[in-house]
Write a protein that binds this ligand. Sequence first.
Ligand SMILES: Cc1cc2nc3c(=O)[nH]c(=O)nc-3n(C[C@H](O)[C@H](O)[C@H](O)COP(=O)(O)O)c2cc1C
Length: 362
Amino acid sequence: MSGNTFGCIFRITTWGESHGRAVGVVVDGCPAGLALSAADIQKELDRRKPGQSRASTARKEEDLVEILSGIFQDKTTGTPIFLLVWNKDAHSSAYDQLLDRPRPGHADYTYQMKYGIRDHRGGGRASARETVGRVAAGAVAKKLLAQSGITVAAYVTELGGIKAEIPPSDLTILSAQAESNAVRCPDQAAAERMLERLDAVRQEGDSLGGMVEIVAEGVPVGLGEPVFDKLDGDLARALMSIGAVKAVEIGAGRECASLRGSEMNDPLIWQDGAVGFESNHAGGILGGISTGMPIVCRIAVKPTPSIARAQRTVDFASGEAAEIEIKGRHDPAIPPRIVPVAEAMVALVLADHMLRQRAARV
Ligand SMILES: Cc1cc2nc3c(=O)[nH]c(=O)nc-3n(C[C@H](O)[C@H](O)[C@H](O)COP(=O)(O)O)c2cc1C
């Protein structure tokens, strides 16, 4: 299987399956001399780990990171950073039926057809456990970005059709408001309604989807490598590579299709002796290169495919139609849990492009 490595200079390779012994990541290309401790990585893994709220799967994992290489005296050495998390709470028997009966909406059917063999336990490589490696690597990228004053934060803007109202606000405040509730939405009133709907839908054995917005602030003008490695192109690829993401928007996103040029264009202005923009419909990117304005992305996340209802499928062994009643522990909605994963993917893209930018001109 190829396709496990992401990035150009700041490169990561994730490894591991949901019910294998461990999951993790190798980060290659991180410059030497970056102050980095296990606590920096643990902080992000704690935000990602399951079993923290009623909006999350009941699987209980400590997700304690072990740093096997690449860091000496709390600083990166420039050598590959190997990060490992043991899988401790896997209940594999709940997944026995998946060996022959692919779940509708999940990756069981396509993995089986492509490889002829797969670790079906807990979804194997297509499980959200794989995102442990992304979030751990993203923590390293965030630390690198912080040195240049760049911050990345995400929050839920819609869940199960309930839309949040989010007035323009400081990114750190928005993020703190979002982290204060189980659905990670900065609009507390909307968050309560989202939770109520989530509880009701879960009782019916069903799941919900939603929207997540990711913002990067402090990104300087100039990041991005046209033509094929445009910043928006790489961000879209990074975000779309997360399981359950079905659409990516930058700036005005799909709404741009119904705007006029005079509405979409962001006027350039002088601001304190430097060039700025009056608005940010471009989402901080023009021609694949960052403008210096905040980078704004949104992702549409589908409802969790593993639902507690009888569904129609096929049986590989008998060659007949079959029913499946999915067991195991699943997230009733993915958006709250995808927040730290989406932040990690955006941070990885920006860290990579920041390093690439150093070779852009003499
Ligand atoms: C953070 C996160 C949590 C997820 N939780 C679950 C889950 O509990 N149950 C499930 O069936 N799918 C879950 N998924 C979605 C599957 O991983 C995804 O639907 C599957 O890999 C198929 O990929 P696709 O939806 O992109 O086609 C989760 C995804 C993410 C990113």
